[in-house]
Design a protein around this ligand. Structure first.
Ligand code: NOJ
Length: 667
């Protein structure tokens, strides 16, 4: 990602050697002065607290690290010196929800020394932004500590009261594919981040992390009343992180918002990642795809060979034709290679990544795709056998590169990686990073399923396009609980979505489920279309079978909706009830708006002030039909045009489980 340096202002740098603050407390304020992070040492323990408009959002909470076979750092410390810095730049995203990102913060670095042992030094670095804060630990090179194992962090988040949180359990349910629970914070489980908390008094917090590069993912548990404590996903051997100096932890982040929409438009996580390591990003392209995919999830096809095999040469060519006719950029093909036996989800199952099944002529298919101007999206299901994958990684990417494949979907369906390590452990984090870096060297983009929760790594490696880590639309094919409830998609933009793009794969036009009739996509068709605007991913799938799409205005909207945006604004939203998002196309002056509701019918008035004043716009509207209802009548929709201006208010009517998609074209 190119830094365009509109302004870079490195402010006053102060080193206070042998610092002597009377109460041992230091603070840094956000550029607008509203958010303040305070650091203090009380009885030799390091603490931080966070205030907004002078009110506590985080009460004094411990900081520090615990080690195997070494004393902790944090509970017997003194401040040696501090450093302050102001920073302000605007950088450009290769792709995203907004082209330009303001990165403006004030930083406070505290240098600490332990008082009861070897006198080891370490730093805690705080950044205060206008939309929240981040902090990280740094252990520099020094004589008394080199290689070490972290067993825990002290890191706490002590809230001033018991707010209400949207959460999913860590460890118990797989791959973050859960329905969010909304309960008071007295949560009995260890939970995943991002953890979104409503504190009342117009205050929303989201606790997560940024730049998870060679460390374990952070989970949280309630260690005391309204006190969340960091829990790092362990290695199978019990320790959490293996490291050596110089060492930097990921950033611990708290987005602080006055309304739920501001959680979504925060750039805090991206700003706390490193700029792009890929210099020439011209090969990285957003786009839309179809796939030999839904058919497998609905048992029409199989991944493995046999009479119902989906990835045959003839079927692949049929999908390529459909993609070319309808302007899709790519065709995902799953189940083309050896390894899809009955037991492919059993730990340790070995896939082969350069050996196509005999009925899949990859040369013929790739030539055909190239002739039609369509890209094949490759697939590497590993069954969680990451060592087997790493052993073949270079060859696997070389093979795809040879056939013109520039995007690969990876998959890790298995309780544990290599039969023993959590996906969110340092073991998993290292593996996922290696795949992204290796893919970049072959100019291959990645769509990572069953990932570790994202933390903004796409800023550093913009070939990491999208990830799953969410209960996506495939659950509507085979889940025995009926499928995703209508409110699910009104929750995830404010929870999992804060961690980055989601490969949710909407686009259902045929709501029948021949295998499990009581399980199905629980939306209206207009909501399916609106989701392309509401839920962001630089790669978006039209997931239904080609034969289920009819040449109507709803399908036309899917074909034409962009996947890369100049700007994003959340016009209205209540977590779990509804959301209305406006996005401006990066290639034109068109605006797109997506509105969705939960199971309740509702009317929402939106102000069109995001449009350029003094222009007239034609708005093309895909709305729920008169009697539309996710349960009884999902397929009815209306299409109509209107003329509007920025001073107008538009009332959107949403059916139960419904939605509305709009395109505003300047006249
Ligand atoms: C689970 C993934 O989410 C899905 O998209 C894929 O089709 C299957 N695994 C098989 O790899």
């Amino acid at each position: 990602m190119k830094i365009i340096n509109i302004i870079i202002l490195i402010g006053l740098i102060v080193w206070l050697f042998s610092c002597n603050s009377a109460d041992n407390s230091y603070q840094v304020a956000s550029p607008d002065g509203k958010i303040v992070v305070k650091f203090e040492v009380v009885q030799k323990q390091a603490y931080y607290s966070v205030l907004k408009n002078k009110n506590h959002l985080i009460l004094p909470s411990k900081l520090g690290l615990r080690f195997q076979e070494m004393k902790p750092l944090g509970d017997h410390v003194e401040v040696i010196s501090i450093q302050e810095k102001s920073f302000n730049e605007t950088w450009e995203q290769v792709w995203g929800e907004r082209r330009l990102i303001e990165n403006k913060y004030d930083e406070l670095t505290i240098k600490l020394r332990e008082t009861n042992g070897k006198g080891r030094n370490f730093y805690i670095i705080f950044r205060a932004f206008n939309d929240g804060i981040g902090f990280r630990y740094h252990i520099p090179d020094q004589g008394n500590i080199s290689e070490f194992r972290i067993t825990d962090e002290f890191t706490e988040f002590k809230l001033p009261k018991i707010g209400k949180a949207w959460w999913i359990p860590a460890y118990k349910e797989r791959f973050y594919e859960s329905l969010y629970r909304f309960t008071p914070l007295n949560i009995p489980d260890t939970v995943c981040t991002p953890l979104t908390i409503e504190m009342g008094d117009s205050s929303f917090l989201s606790i997560h992390e940024a730049n998870l590069t060679d460390y374990a993912a952070m989970n949280l548990y309630l260690s005391d009343t309204s006190m969340l404590t960091c829990d790092l996903t362990p290695w199978s051997t019990g320790e959490k992180v293996r490291a050596s100096t110089p060492f930097e932890s990921p950033w611990r982040t708290i987005i602080i918002a006055e309304n739920p929409g501001d959680l979504i438009t925060s750039s805090l996580m991206l700003n706390l990642n490193e700029p792009s390591k890929i210099k020439d990003t011209s090969w990285i392209k957003t786009g839309k795809y179809i796939g030999i995919w839904w058919g497998m999830h609905q048992n029409k096809y199989t991944w493995s060979q046999g009479p119902k095999h989906g990835a045959t040469t003839a079927n692949a060519m049929r999908y390529i034709d459909f993609a070319a006719e309808n302007n899709f950029d790519g065709v995902l093909i799953e189940g083309w290679n050896y390894g899809w036996d009955e037991d492919w989800t059993v730990n340790g199952h070995l896939f082969e990544f350069i050996k196509p099944y005999p009925d899949f002529d990859i040369k013929k298919i790739s030539n055909y795709a190239a002739k039609k101007g369509v890209k094949i999206i490759g697939h590497h299901e590993t069954g969680g056998a990451s060592i087997n994958y790493e052993n073949q990684l270079e060859d696997a990417f070389k093979f795809y590169q040879k056939y013109g494949v520039n995007t690969v979907k990876t998959g890790y369906v298995s309780d544990l990686l290599d039969g023993k390590e959590y996906h969110s452990s340092q073991y998993g984090v290292r593996h996922f990073r290696k795949v992204i870096e290796t893919a970049a060297s072959y100019h291959i983009m990645i769509d990572n399923h069953e990932p570790v929760i994202p933390t903004g790594l796409q800023r550093t490696f913009p070939n990491l396009m999208t990830q799953e880590g969410v209960r996506g639309q495939e659950w509507d094919a085979w889940s025995t609980d009926g499928g995703n409830p209508p409110d699910h998609t009104t929750v995830i933009p404010f929870t999992r979505g804060l961690a980055g793009p989601m490969d949710f794969t909407f686009g259902t036009f045929d709501f029948n489920n021949p295998v499990l009739p009581d399980t199905r996509v629980r939306t209206t068709i207009a909501k399916q279309v609106a989701l392309y605007v509401v839920i962001y991913s630089p790669l978006q799938m039209a997931s239904d079978l080609p034969e289920n799409y009819s040449d109507n205005e709803a399908f036309r909207f899917i074909k034409e909706v962009p996947t890369d945006w100049e700007d994003t604004q959340v016009l209205k939203g209540k977590i779990g009830d509804y959301i209305v998002i406006a996005r401006k196309d990066r290639q034109s002056d068109n605006w797109y708006v997506g509105a969705i509701t939960d199971e309740r019918e509702r009317s929402i008035a939106i102000n069109l002030s995001f449009l350029t004043s003094d222009s007239k716009y034609q708005v093309q509207i895909i709305a729920d039909g008169e009697q539309a209802n996710w349960d009884t009548n999902p397929t009815t929709f209306k299409y109509y045009n209107r003329e509007v201006q920025s001073i107008d208010t538009l009332v959107i009517h949403l059916a139960p489980g419904g939605g509305q998609a709009m395109r505003f074209i300047p006249q």
